[in-house]
Design a protein around this ligand. Sequence first.
Ligand code: COS
Length: 383
Amino acid sequence: MALDTETLKELIGTVERFVRERLRPLEHQVSQDDAVPAPVRQEIADLGLFGLSIPEEYGGLGLSMEEEVRVALELGRTSPVFRSLIGTNNGIGSQGLIMDGTEAQKRKYLPRMATGDLISAFALTEPEAGSDAGSLRTTAQRTEMGYVLNGTKRFITNAPHAGVFTVFARTDSKKSGSRGVSAFLVEAGTPGLSLGAIDKKMGQKGSHTSDVIFDNCEVPFDALLGEVEGQGFRTAMKVLDRGRLHISSICVAMAERLIDDSLRYAAERKQFGQPIAEFQLVQAMLADSKAEAYAARCMVLETARQKDAEMDVSTEAACCKMFASEMVGRVADRAVQIHGGAGYMEEYGIERFYRDARLFRIYEGTTQIQQLVIARNMLKSLS
Ligand code: COS
């Protein structure tokens, strides 16, 4: 544990209050405006939330995985857009650098990521390489000066705000699949790097994704992550193992929020002369949601503890991501059902969560990829 019990309790209490008093009242506005207001972004930075998982020596809070999950379990009880703002700096945007970067690379970027002055993004997905990440086509050609990148990355979270991208590109065209892939730290503004238009999404409005295009984009040798070629795919997989656990805790938090909202609504809403919560068919929906969210909470916390104990949690993280993201989909669906007509109307906000939740089953690996990872690891354990 990085923090003593009292300090952790204080941090979690602060985040809980901030979510309840400051963020929840803004959910509708953020979705309508498709933007998090600048003062709120600053408050999030002042709370240190951009640097939860960044080691203390680089200016972050250096939380353990369990501590990070406990904070995420509070931060996730509102629109996931607020989490997304800090998500890349704590997760896929910074972890490759933390795990495999050189000391100079860490010193150059991590302190500004921890304060939120620099936003980071993870550029793996391509138009023709989504689930099959190892088939990526972006190339990084070695020259006398460094590398020249060419290719297009797609649906890159926080790309429109990012100051630095971890870009996965093929340095060795002779090696097929995941071998021959390297990771690069490429700064926004580098000539040859441009962005596509901001994507129009089904939900999570206020969080932005776009294409990132490399057209003869020259980077120096020291942009190569860890200054080692051919390690990029492994780095991406390790980053995703961790990211999947973080996303799972956000799924649990959203489910718990929706259960609270559904419970309150069911206790107040009267039909047939009594609160609908008195009807056993409504109770069944509430109970199923409660039990499933509790199961996911236990899985996420247990896996986080195993990760802190330096165990390989690739299988368990995939189990968490698969179960928690599917679970919150079912919980969101029941929340709409319990709210009835109100659940379908924009002003109650339930339909917004329903749309927002849909992404969890897709990004950082679809449910089907998690199934594949789990089953493959099970089969490997036989040999
Ligand atoms: N940790 C460390 N290394 C890992 C790893 C992990 N969790 N998973 C795989 N690797 C390593 C393997 O050990 C292997 O190394 P060697 O080449 O040295 O043997 C290498 O990576 C390739 O692994 P594998 O053969 O399993 O790769 P595949 O191309 O078959 O694909 C999947 C693996 C499908 C699991 C991978 O492509 C994947 O996760 N896809 C989903 C991508 C994703 O989540 N995208 C979301 C967008 S990013 S927000």
